[in-house]
Structure formats: structure tokens, C-alpha cells
Design a protein around this ligand. Structure first.
Ligand SMILES: [Zn+2]
Length: 376
């Protein structure tokens, strides 16, 4: 699956070759025994990812977070699949006291294949606290939580900053969206009891800062930005508390299924950008009129953000979901998620499940979009 940083393009060429951790000269030359101790444990923790011995990782983490499956969420900062500690150049530049219990560790991350070696891709923050004579790591979110407001509805735990303008309408919209979400869960019979940590803030960057990423090169002020940050624990980031598109991404559809269908189903129910599926169809229709030679079956080349904020890839995926529902309901949609996330997998799913041959996909899509009518 693509990194689900929805609604704007994110194409990172991640190389898994080489991962390196170094420390700033200030840390290396520090005479503070706690800083030296934390740096040494941090180095060992980092090295445990290179050894692929993931079971040893929990040894470094605090028990309280382990019990709630919150063992290092920063490792998903790049992608839900590839731990950030397995790639790139990491420079830990500051280890300092946060309060009388916690220390903060700040690390710069650079992509290993970035030609500009000074190009900081993101900065992440991990906390540490001494327990039973040994430092244990904490997610920065653990420390951020006390500075946030929170409430829970069902299995969803919401966190947001005091500065967020939450009003009665926001609460109504949140409840309404959850009711729709529950109907979708029931339709597909894929209800789970796993808790969802839903962080919303005034901007997507603020959500990331709450989580422990105070800086990222991919900064955005786009109010519709959101992401399913991780699956275990299930964390959702958004600029609003009623982000149905992102909630759909938390449903346990096969995570290795084609991203075309993952984005398609999220867009079908939750829209994309600030627009619902029908409005996105209208924008795609306009795009096709302006670019009549476009081949909609070339899915990768349609993963683009248009000036109007829409992404044809998402809408095309939603057209297939719409068609699958019409010809075979929930069962047919779920069948699409049994195929792998490759072009061959997508073509095979469309052929076997929807009965559309590869050569006819472009014309099928263009006709479906041209003739689309919203069902009442
Ligand atoms: Zn999405």
C-alpha cells in the first residue's frame, strides 16, 4: 500500500540500503552521565532494527505503552510498512530534559539516496524515562497527551489541542460520520473492536508534531490532509474530527491489496479532497474532456494531483468500487481486495471479478464516468 498521506502527492523513493545513526559533537562530548547513558541505549535500540530481531525491540520500551500496543509509533513516520530505522541517515542532535521525569531525544532523518546530503527530510522526537535503574523509551505522544483535550466515542479515542475550535456542530458531524462508518462496517461484516487513536488538529503538521514529528519536508497547510498513520496501534491523523475517508482506511481490508481499491473505497464513501465521490466524478469528466487521449487504464500515470485538488487515481478506484457494488454487493468488493498490489494484480482482479478485459478498461472507465448518475 502507498503511504496513506491522502490528498496530496507523496512519492518517496525509499531505499532500504544502509541505515546509519550518528550523534552531534555536543552529545559525543557531553559530560552529562544521563545524556551519555540515553545515547548509548538509543544506539543499541537503533542497531536492533538492523539485526531484524524485532522481538528485542520491546526490551527498550516502557511497559505501560507495550500493554496498549503503543511500542514506538515513530518507526512508521515514512511508511506503515518500512520502519524508519531500517533506512536513511539519522543524526541525533539533541538529548535534553523535558521535565523532572522525561528526557527528549531529537533526531534528523535524511533519505539515503538524496543527492543533497544536507536535505533534512524530517525530525523526530522520542522520550526517555528512568525506570528501575534503566532508561526506557516513550513515544513523544505519551508526553504530548497531557497537553491535549480528549474524548471517546465507542472504540475511537479522539485527541486534539486546546486551540482547536471544537463546537456543537463539530460534535454533531463527528457522531453522524461515525454512524455512517458503522453502517459501512456492518455492510462488509468487517467490524473489529480494535481501538482507534484519532488525532486532529488545526493543521496536518500540528498532528505530526503531536505524534513526535516536529518537522517534515512535506509540510502542508492543506485542510483536507489526513493519513492512516499506522495500523498497530491504529492511528489516524486529520485536520477534522469527521474524516470518513481516513476512517475507511482503518477498516481491516487486506492491507496488501491494490492501493487503487484502497483509495477507491475510501473515496467512494468518504470523498477525496473536500469533495464527495459524485463531485470527483465531475472533475474527472472535465479532465478527460481536456485530455481526450488519456489512457485511464494506465493507473500509475493517473496518480497525479490536479490543479483542482482531485486525484484521478482515487476517482478511478472509486468507479471500480461503485461498479463492484452494483454487480455483486459487498462480496464482490471484498473479492477485489484478494489480489496483490501490482499492476498485474489489478488487471487480474478487474478481469476475473468485474469481467472487464485489460484492453477494454480505458473505454469502460470513460463510459462509466460519462454516464455516471448518482443513485438516489
Ligand atoms: Zn486515502
Amino acid at each position: 500500500m502507498r503511504k496513506l498521506l491522502c490528498f496530496f502527492l507523496l512519492i518517496i523513493n525509499i531505499s532500504v540500503f544502509g541505515q546509519k545513526l550518528t550523534f552531534s559533537s555536543e552529545i559525543l562530548n557531553s559530560t552529562d552521565k544521563d545524556v551519555k547513558e540515553i545515547a548509548a541505549i538509543w544506539k543499541n535500540y537503533f542497531a536492533s532494527y538492523a539485526s531484524k530481531n524485532d522481538t528485542s525491540i520491546t526490551h527498550y520500551w516502557n511497559e505501560e505503552e507495550i500493554k496498549s500496543n503503543f511500542t514506538d509509533i515513530i518507526k512508521y513516520a515514512l511508511s506503515p510498512e518500512l520502519p524508519i530505522y531500517k533506512t536513511g541517515n539519522h543524526v541525533t542532535f539533541d538529548i535534553r530534559k523535558l521535565d523532572d521525569k522525561f528526557y527528549e531525544i531529537f533526531t534528523e532523518f535524511k533519505l539515503v539516496n538524496d543527492t543533497d546530503k544536507n536535505n533534512i527530510f524530517l525530525i523526530y522526537r522520542i522520550c526517555a524515562k528512568k525506570e528501575h535503574g534503566e532508561y526506557k523509551f516513550y513515544n513523544a505522544f505519551y508526553c504530548s497527551k497531557q497537553l491535549l483535550k480528549s474524548f471517546s466515542i465507542g472504540r475511537i479515542n479522539y485527541y486534539y489541542p486546546f486551540s482547536y475550535p471544537m463546537d456543537k456542530k463539530s460534535i454533531r458531524d463527528t457522531k453522524k460520520t461515525l454512524a455512517t462508518f458503522e453502517n459501512i462496517e456492518n455492510y462488509y461484516h468487517i467490524k473489529t473492536n480494535s481501538p482507534i487513536t484519532y488525532i486532529f488538529a488545526n493543521s496536518y503538521d500540528e498532528c505530526q508534531a503531536i505524534l513526535g514529528i516536529p518537522y517534515t519536508k512535506l509540510r502542508t497547510h492543506f485542510k483536507e490532509a489526513g493519513s492512516s498513520f499506522s495500523r498497530i496501534p491504529c492511528i489516524l491523523l486529520s485536520c477534522k474530527p469527521d474524516h470518513l475517508h481516513e476512517l475507511i482506511h482503518t477498516l481491516p481490508f487486506n492491507p496488501t491489496a491494490p492501493s487503487l481499491f484502497q483509495e477507491g473505497i475510501a473515496t467512494y464513501y468518504g470523498g477525496s479532497g473536500s469533495r464527495d465521490f459524485t463531485e470527483n466524478i465531475g472533475l474527472l469528466k472535465k479532465y478527460i474532456l481536456e485530455n481526450p487521449a488519456i489512457n485511464l487504464a494506465d493507473f500509475d500515470s493517473n496518480y497525479i494531483l490536479l490543479k483542482d485538488g482531485s486525484n484521478p487515481f482515487y476517482t478511478i478506484g472509486a468507479v471500480f468500487i461503485d461498479y463492484a457494488i452494483k454487480i455483486g454487493g459487498a462480496e464482490k468488493v471484498l473479492a477485489l481486495f484478494k489480489y496483490p498490489n501490482t499492476n498485474e494484480g489489478i488487471y487480474s482482479a478487474i478481469n476475473s471479478e468485474l469481467g472487464i478485459e485489460k484492453n477494454n478498461i480505458n473505454s469502460f472507465l470513460k463510459e462509466s464516468i460519462e454516464n455516471y448518475k448518482k443513485e438516489k
